[in-house]
Design a protein around this ligand. Structure first.
Ligand code: ADP
Ligand code: MG
Ligand code: MG
Length: 476
């Protein structure tokens, strides 16, 4: 069974598809749905379209609105968890014993905890991702994860609606074309960055985007950067190496790079171990964290995005402790949680290991990693879990119920790949933005959405990892 979107006779009309393929790729280029090529990831001389679906994919209207409506609650949850050092410490104790990357992040967290800043500006730009689970004939919105660092595609997804509108018009599907929603996360992300910049309070200070050495997805960043330039806020792009060579803190912990004062650091890097190419990168991260610049995210908010925290938040009573006077908020957040299970040493963990070994197809085994391609599925769960069954190594992972969405038919347009009709699965993201100074929440908004779709043969996802492609919801 497949969810309904564009009728199958359209999808199987070979002549039409051929025509649409050419139209679609030109439209993506004309609308600026761009990416640099694998061959020259640091040059804009030759660029290509970012991968996208030929048609928008069906998403149930009610669930779409549920994902957007809940974003402000997740913003508050992330922000509250980030301020609860006891919870973070307890929840991550077992993880940091065995996961070196999380341990290094936590080490920075501990160091900056020693130097609290009362009026710190907190800027959260996150993306909560969901799939529509379909069990026993019922559809439910289930959260995959929350990304609290370097959540991407807010820029390009501001440009994809026009591409699908145009394709549908050429396909003589005017009715569906009119149903494609406007979307502009780039503007909303920039609004948060601009507010943090304003609160910092120095007209001369700039926003620094911390970037990787390989910059294929630069245009996604540029949309956000250009929104800032349009507000006459200067933006610079730097790598960890630049910060270690040319960065410094003055006696008031103001951060300077190449003589420029930094008001806001926007991390589009720093979420994977390989982003820290040397000890100097870690020292640069620490310098940034110690500074009075607004960090997006700060180190505690970064840690809140770990899979381990996601799992600990799903324990009975934990959401209640963060929203003691808001049972309705608790219910709404919890409704989106899939089953999440700890693999900590002890009886509970042992039981969860056995549960996964008995039915590996029902679960996903997740390490504390980002960027796609790291999770373990199916029979491989058994291999990996058997190898570390009674060892503390297992506590680097969490276990999660596998979400089973209805597949839909679509074509994935990706440079160099011939177009083929595939069974596909989609993942919906909601972008959340919040700004807090001291105890005052000054902004808390959902600023847009992202739909990504992948061939259902792939268990894992991610556009940057080459599996998923950009899409738009067609509300049904
Ligand atoms: P990452 O931080 O690497 O993006 P995710 O938790 O988002 O990690 O997992 C990567 C991909 O794996 C997702 O985009 C989704 O396609 C798939 N996935 C993750 N968790 C589940 C799950 N519980 N059920 C089904 N698929 C999942
Ligand atoms: Mg992630
Ligand atoms: Mg993800």
């Amino acid at each position: 069974m497949a969810a309904h979107g564009i009728p199958e006779e359209v999808l199987r009309n070979e002549e039409l598809i051929k025509e649409l393929e050419a139209v679609a790729k030109d439209s993506a280029l004309l609308n600026g749905v761009l990416m640099r090529t694998k061959e020259s990831p640091n040059s804009s001389e030759v660029v290509t379209y970012a991968p996208f679906t030929l048609f928008p994919s069906p998403v149930p209207t009610v669930l779409f609105h549920q994902a957007l409506a809940i974003a402000t609650h997740f913003n508050r949850l992330i922000d509250r968890v980030s301020q609860n050092s006891r919870f973070l410490e307890e929840a991550l104790t077992s993880t940091i014993k065995v996961d070196n990357f999380t341990a290094k992040l936590f080490n920075i967290y501990r160091q900056v905890q020693q130097e609290p800043q009362d009026t710190a500006i907190v800027l959260g730009l996150n993306r909560s991702d969901y799939m529509v689970d379909y069990t026993d004939g019922k559809e439910a919105l289930k959260q995959i994860e929350i990304n609290t660092i370097a959540a991407s595609f807010g820029g390009l997804s501001s440009r994809t609606p026009n591409v699908h509108r145009h394709i549908l018009k050429v396909a003589n599907r005017l009715k569906e074309s009119k149903l494609i929603l406007d979307n502009n996360p780039a503007a909303g992300l920039a609004k948060g960055l601009a507010m943090a910049w304003e609160l910092y309070g120095s007209k001369r200070a700039v926003v620094m985007v911390l970037v990787e050495d390989i910059q294929r997805n630069i245009y996604d960043h540029r949309y956000v950067e250009n929104e800032l330039w349009a507000r006459n806020i200067c933006v610079i792009r730097r790598q960890f190496e630049d910060v270690s060579k040319n960065g410094s803190l003055d006696q008031n912990k103001r951060l300077f790079i190449d003589g420029q004062e930094i008001a806001v650091v926007y991390f589009r890097n720093g979420y994977m171990p390989q982003n820290y190419r040397s000890e100097q990168s870690w020292e640069a991260r620490l310098m940034i964290e110690r500074s009075c610049a607004a960090k997006c995210p700060d180190i505690s908010t970064h840690l809140v995005g770990t899979k381990k925290i996601q799992q600990e938040l799903a324990r009975p009573g934990v959401l209640e402790s963060f929203f003691p006077d808001e049972p309705e908020t608790v219910t709404r957040i919890r409704a989106t949680f899939a089953g999440l299970y700890s693999l900590d040493m002890g009886e509970e963990g042992d039981h969860n290991v056995d549960m996964a070994l008995a039915k590996p197809d029902q679960f996903v085994l997740k390490p504390q990693r980002e960027g796609g391609g790291n999770n373990i599925y199916g029979d491989e769960i058994c291999c990996v879990l058997k190898g570390m069954k009674n060892k503390t190594e297992r506590t680097a992972y969490i276990l999660m119920d596998k979400i089973k969405p209805l597949p839909t038919l679509n074509y994935l347009c990706r440079m160099g790949d011939p177009l083929r009709l595939n069974m596909c699965l989609s993942e919906l993201g909601a972008f959340g933005v919040y700004v807090r100074r001291g105890t005052e929440m000054l902004m808390n908004e959902c600023v847009g959405h992202l739909l990504r779709t992948k061939n259902s043969e792939h268990a894992d996802g991610g556009v940057a990892s080459g599996v998923a492609v950009l899409d738009n919801p067609l509300l049904i």
